[in-house]
Ligand binder design. Structure first.
Ligand SMILES: CC(C)(COP(=O)(O)OP(=O)(O)OC[C@H]1O[C@@H](n2cnc3c(N)ncnc32)[C@H](O)[C@@H]1OP(=O)(O)O)[C@@H](O)C(=O)NCCC(=O)NCCS
Length: 212
């Protein structure tokens, strides 16, 4: 008899919107692509991201991929989308005799904030909420985030939500400029986070807002 691992919840199974101190998060919808395109399509916004769609049509096609919609949330402030977030659930590595138990236990986070709203604490507040969703909502045991090592803003977000720097990989990442650049990997385990402070809606997040 084979043990069937329990089915993991997906984003669509959770209660939405998720409200944080200043944001309302909900799963992405196809029509969001056109709404965010004016800022999301900017070259400076996509300088260190994986994909820079060339025009709205390409953006729409990319956004509409079922796996992308299923792993993307948008964050609204006063009814306007100010940020996007990613929670991509993956299989952790495991030895073949136990690998079924490793499926769906890992999640990678990502984030993008409207450049007109950067530096207000939105990225940190969103990222903290994504971490909460991944661990509390989806039951993920290990959460990772990766970036070009030069992406100081994203690294600060990772650090501020309690993720640990696990590695800086020497020239492992090819930038579209043609340069091989260092990549940074941050992570946090659910068990580590349980021992720390939850940030969503916490005083720390709120006071961060007040000081900016
Ligand atoms: C990374 C990003 C999401 C941060 O969003 P944000 O709303 O500006 O972040 P916050 O306001 O919460 O600030 C987080 C920290 O980053 C710092 N920061 C923000 N912009 C920065 C910049 N351009 N350079 C250096 N640090 C920066 C802030 O000062 C803050 O750190 P501090 O509290 O020590 O001062 C945003 O810069 C962005 O969308 N970048 C483009 C997309 C991207 O690179 N995504 C990540 C790909 S891995």
């Amino acid at each position: 008899m084979t043990d069937t691992p329990p089915a993991h919840p997906v984003l669509a199974d959770l209660d939405w919107p998720l409200r944080t101190a200043h944001l309302a998060l909900r799963p992405a919808r196809p029509e969001d692509a056109a709404a965010i395109w004016p800022w999301y399509g900017r070259e400076d916004v996509q300088e260190y991201t994986t994909t820079r769609p060339g025009d709205l049509a390409a953006m729409q096609e990319w956004w509409d991929e079922p796996s992308r919609l299923a792993s993307t949330v948008v964050a609204e402030r006063d009814g306007v989308i100010v940020a996007t977030g990613m929670i991509k659930v993956q299989d952790a590595w495991g030895q073949s005799d136990v690998v079924e138990q490793a499926r769906g236990t890992l999640a990678e986070l990502g984030w993008t904030v409207d450049p007109g709203r950067q530096g207000e604490g939105i990225g940190t507040e969103l990222a903290a909420a994504l971490l909460d969703v991944a661990i509390d909502g989806l039951g993920i045991r290990r959460v990772v985030a990766e970036c070009f090592a030069v992406n100081t803003a994203s690294r600060r977000v990772m650090e501020k939500i309690g993720m640990r720097l696990e590695a800086v990989h020497r020239e492992d990442s090819l930038h579209r400029s043609g340069h091989w650049m260092d990549g940074a990997t941050y992570a946090i385990l659910a068990s580590e986070r349980a021992a720390g402070e939850r940030m969503t809606g916490s005083d720390e997040t709120a006071s961060h807002q007040e000081t900016r």
